[in-house]
Write a new protein. Structure first.
Length: 400
């Protein structure tokens, strides 16, 4: 308890000694939570008045200490001093006046405090108020629960976008220069080995075929005529020209056959919609279609560079596809790309994974979210490690 103010004419004696005696007398009244009159009237209840007796010994005469009680809390005490005794009627008047004065003094006291002192006072009031034992136990229990939950070991899983691709892909290119005549399939269509997928225009190839057929026939006839005349030199020349025309005819026939692009495997068309490009010119080597097998897949997981350190070969995980959100597909990591790629504005590493037993109905190109099992960590680490990494990087960047 601290002495805030005192009348300059109250009592006598050394200032420091008197201040201490006043403080102890008022604390005595506060401890007993009752008004104390000293000397005690004959009809008054017994009270502890040692501090009041020491103060009165300094020449204070009659003393009256009234605690300041507001909102169930004692905020201070008023000590009155005078030479004549305090009557019971005067006490009945003073106590209500002090009770009315208490809220005003409390407001003045609070207004003079700084923000830190106000916060400290509010905290002390919270802990020291009614029901403080229950509140303390609740806070302690909550703190223990939070610490236990933070230290609780949980499975750490690295999540990343993922896509399905065929285990192998076959690219079908234009066999020669020409024009697109027909396209029999589109992406998503199922094809069988030997099925005609694309046809190129055959007019020029047919003309080439007829040309070389005619030249072959002409040179064969010339060779027969030279043989009939026994002209060996002309016969040799005609035979050579006939062989050249035959070779060119075989080439033209092969090009005519290749003008029909067929499927080399049983699979699925995953790229190449040529239905809107009929009649367009194509050059030899231009990609027309891409095929993938229907029953062999590989999973490509796009792991963010911040999480790549937690991925190792052989780790297992699960995949949820947007097309099959209710199913979890098990996989194992088979390859980690050594070089990062920029995907959708972020640096990521492509991780390849293989399925144990993929269900029916999968298609190349399906996308979803994969989660890779990366061991066991505390719940607090799992919840805060990204923030910690960001803070360490920011501290290094700012040179702190």
């Amino acid at each position: 308890m601290t002495l805030v103010a005192a009348s300059p004419t109250a009592g006598s004696g050394d200032g420091e000694e008197r201040s201490q005696a006043l403080t102890l007398a008022m604390q005595e009244a506060i401890d007993q939570n009752a008004s104390i009159v000293y000397p005690l009237p004959s009809e008054a209840a017994p009270r502890v008045v040692q501090a009041h007796a020491r103060l009165a010994a300094q020449g204070s005469g009659t003393l009256l200490s009234v605690p300041l009680i507001g909102a169930g809390q004692t905020i201070g005490c008023l000590c009155f001093e005078r030479q004549r005794a305090v009557t019971a009627d005067e006490l009945r008047v003073i106590e209500p006046l002090v009770c009315m004065l208490t809220p005003l003094l409390a407001l003045k006291q609070r207004a003079e405090l700084g923000w830190s002192a106000r916060a400290s006072e509010a905290l002390r009031g919270y802990w020291g108020g009614s029901g403080r034992r229950t509140r303390r136990l609740a806070w302690l229990g909550g703190l223990v629960a939070i610490v236990a939950l933070a230290m609780f070991p949980v499975s750490h899983r690295i999540g990343a976008p993922a896509r399905l691709e065929g285990a192998t892909q076959r690219v079908l290119a234009a066999p020669s220069d020409g024009y697109l005549r027909a396209a029999h399939v589109r992406p998503g269509d199922v094809v069988a080995v030997g099925q005609v997928l694309v046809e190129l225009a055959q007019q020029d190839l047919l003309l080439q075929n007829r040309k070389w057929e005619a030249e072959l026939t002409q040179h064969q006839n010339s060779a027969a005529a030279a043989l009939a005349r026994a002209d060996r030199s002309q016969y040799a020349i005609a035979q050579a020209r006939a062989a050249e025309a035959g070779a060119q005819l075989e080439l033209a026939q092969a090009q005519l056959v290749r003008s029909q692009v067929t499927a080399p495997i049983d699979g699925l068309v995953i790229q190449g919609d040529l239905s809107q490009a009929l009649g367009a010119p194509v050059q030899r080597g231009d990609v027309l279609l891409t095929l993938a097998p229907r029953d062999a897949f590989r999973l490509i997981i796009e792991v963010d560079e911040r999480s790549i350190g937690g991925v190792v070969l052989g780790q297992r995980g699960q995949l949820a596809l947007s097309a099959l959100p209710g199913e979890r597909l098990d996989f194992a990591v088979t390859r980690i790309s050594p070089m990062a790629l920029t995907l959708e504005g972020r640096n990521a590493f492509e991780i390849e994974a293989a399925f144990g037993q993929p269900p029916a109905g999968l298609r190349p190109g399906l996308r979803g979210v994969a989660k890779i099992d990366a061991g066991t960590r505390s719940l607090a680490w799992v919840a805060t490690h990204r923030i910690g990494d960001w803070l360490r990087m920011a501290t290094w960047t700012w040179g702190l």
